[in-house]
Design a protein around this ligand. Structure first.
Ligand code: FPP
Length: 245
């Protein structure tokens, strides 16, 4: 049977997160500047948003810019920011056409004003869409997010809005930027690297990992389908025994 049909007949994960890695290496392999790889990476983003919508995945989170990425050379940071502005602007119609709702997580206020404006416009325009929720992690790092959550919890305790005895897993999740978003069931990382790089540390407690050698600009719809297929063949036990499942 066609692998896509098989995937469609199986359990579709509700939330998939992706660490899009390898743009720079892809560009270098072609004898091009790193920024060329990021531009090509946007094409992969479009393909993956389309296939995720088609498979009826509810949430797709893309690690587009980490807190640590601010330390890259200024020209690369500037180029990435410009690319964000231009691609959010040019792809807005595609988001509308595919009924995609856009969201962003991270320290959004640290982004350049043009990015914030473009982002807000696309978020507002797509806010009533009911298909895939596309979450861009921008200026995001999990440790930053957890520290922010702790600060806000302490504030609420001090203001007597929160009883310390009510702090538990579920309560803590509501203080994160991913409030109301289910934890990812599958995390994909491209480019052969096998690490988490400060991404969604709290949310991936029970997430299945899928690593592929493919560089992000080469990662296409078939590769995404293969990742979902691999996920569907995992045995998820959540700490229980195989017999209990
Ligand atoms: C990692 O590759 C990629 C990034 C840091 C940026 C990813 C951003 C995009 C694909 C553009 C996003 C655009 C939208 C609209 C979401 P790398 O530069 O670390 O590659 P390397 O490991 O080969 O150096």
């Amino acid at each position: 049977m066609d692998i896509k049909l098989e995937v469609l007949n199986g359990k579709i994960p509700e939330h998939v997160a992706i660490i899009m890695d390898g743009n720079g290496r892809w560009a270098k392999q072609q004898g091009n500047e790193r920024v060329f790889g990021h531009k090509q990476g946007v094409k992969s983003v479009k393909n993956i948003v389309e296939i995720a919508s088609e498979l009826k995945i509810k949430f797709l989170t893309l690690y587009a810019f980490s807190t640590e990425n601010w330390s890259r050379p200024k020209y690369e940071v500037d180029a990435l920011m410009a690319l964000l502005v231009s691609s959010i602007h040019s792809e807005l119609n595609l988001l509308i056409k595919n009924n995609v709702r856009l969201k962003a997580i991270g320290d959004i206020n640290s982004l350049p004003t043009e990015v914030i404006n473009e982002l807000n416009e696309a978020i507002n325009t797509t806010s009533k869409n009911t298909g895939l929720t596309l979450i861009l992690a921008l200026s995001y790092s999990a440790r930053w997010e957890i520290i922010e959550a702790v600060k806000n919890i302490v504030k609420d305790v001090k203001l007597d809005k929160l009883d310390i005895n009510n702090i538990n897993d579920n309560l803590f999740s509501t203080y994160l930027t991913t409030k109301n978003i289910p934890d990812p069931e599958l995390l994909i990382r491209t480019s052969g690297e096998q690490r988490i790089s400060n991404f969604l540390l709290w949310q991936i407690s029970y997430t299945e990992f899928y690593f592929t050698e493919k560089l992000w600009p080469d990662f296409g719809k078939d590769d995404f389908i293969n990742a979902i297929f691999a996920f569907q063949n995992r045995k998820r036990r959540f700490g229980k025994t195989g017999e209990q499942i």
